[in-house]
Design a protein. Structure first.
Length: 225
């Protein structure tokens, strides 16, 4: 049995990834949490990009001898120079929550016309192999040398996959589903916000769905070698 440690203690996220892996890879793979390996501390995400922050999180289990996987995601609004970006989860400050973050975004875009309210969601999924692993990342999938050097990694041990989804920020919330910025993110192909469509429909086009499908396909190929 190959154990993968998701750098999270979110049970829903762990179950979701386990399901994705089961459909992409052969049996013999299990996904466990940081708590399962005895890690209850905080991970300082001080990277300069989604890719780097995902790597930082995946490095936590990898540095303890496990295959580490993690994701990082956020919303980038063109009229705000890409903000909130990597700060999406804490956009409204130390006591940030989804409602406060959405309100701050609406306030920031109050005078921005509809045609300039374009935005995109980003999700990056990272894999970091421990030094003791006999697996190796194919050259075409490895992280850039510069990023590897900044995090003290051998490029053959790390991979990051990125998924994006284009849309527009509305001037008021619509829908009761989803989470985060979903009630404000209008997806033109569906003429609806991410909070107005079923989760399975959202996953077909979302940044996270796109990133995780590519990630699980690559991960399955690596673990079969």
């Amino acid at each position: 049995m190959i154990e993968l440690v998701l750098a999270s203690n979110n049970k829903k996220k762990i179950a979701e990834l386990g399901t994705l892996l089961a459909s992409a890879a052969s049996n013999g793979i299990s996904v466990i949490s940081l708590r399962d390996i005895g890690f209850d501390g905080d991970i300082v995400e001080d990277g300069a990009s989604f890719e780097e922050n995902a790597l930082i999180k995946a490095l936590t289990p990898a540095s303890r001898g496990y295959i580490g996987i993690a994701d990082d995601s956020g919303l980038c609004v063109d009229a705000l120079g890409g903000a909130p970006g990597i700060y999406s989860a804490r956009y409204s400050g130390e006591d940030a929550n989804d409602e406060k973050n959405r309100q701050k975004l609406l306030d920031a875009l109050r005078d921005v016309p509809e045609e300039r309210r374009t935005a995109h969601f980003v999700c990056t999924a990272a894999l970091v192999l421990p030094e003791c692993s006999h697996f190796e990342i194919p050259e075409a999938w490895r992280i850039p040398d510069e990023l590897a050097a900044r995090r003290g990694l051998d490029p053959c041990r790390a991979m990051v996959v990125r998924g994006e989804c284009e849309g527009r920020i509305l001037s008021r919330e619509r829908g009761d589903g989803g989470f985060g910025y979903d009630p404000l993110f209008w997806y033109p192909a569906f003429d609806a916000t991410f909070a107005e469509i079923p989760g399975e429909q959202k996953n077909l086009v979302s940044h996270r769905g796109r990133a995780m499908r590519a990630f699980t396909d690559r991960l399955a190929a690596i673990l079969k070698e």
